[in-house]
Write a protein that binds this ligand. Sequence first.
Ligand code: BEZ
Length: 176
Amino acid sequence: MKPADLRWVFGYGSLIWKQDFPFIESRDGFIQGWSRRFWQGSHDHRGTPVSPGRVLTLIKTPGQRCAGRAFLVEPDVFGHLDHREKNGYERIAVDIHFKDGIEEGVVYRAEPNNHAFLGDAALDEIAEHIVVSEGPSGLNAEYLVELAKALRDMGESDGHVFSLEARVLALLKTGP
Ligand code: BEZ
């Protein structure tokens, strides 16, 4: 049981490997019925308004699970996180599955109708887009490679992320 004023926030992307916010506890877990996809444009972190990068959102996928890491935070942390994720993301309620039970929490999701949504494309196209993108938070490729590393460190696999990582690393070796 957690104290009543604390909240779980589930990270499936940069929150997994970049914690610039205070938290009381973190735990690996997953959410059911969702997949992560590099389908959201980034105007403010891994790209610019003129050349948006490609970052993650969650897509409803019945039967699939999305692994990540949940953080137990004080409510005032959401002021910072809402600002960090302001480009099209909304907080939605989710059940977070831990190895010893399920807790209610929230996750940041960019809905398909938001102004920055880019949507699906061929993996080669997404990889080429990521390799050439950069924004105030750094290289788009770093976002992908750090996520893939964090998932591997957690013992998790994600076909979409790992396939893109392989393509991006190959492009970085040979040039886009
Ligand atoms: C996350 O790491 O959970 C996250 C992904 C995309 C936007 C905001 C947060």
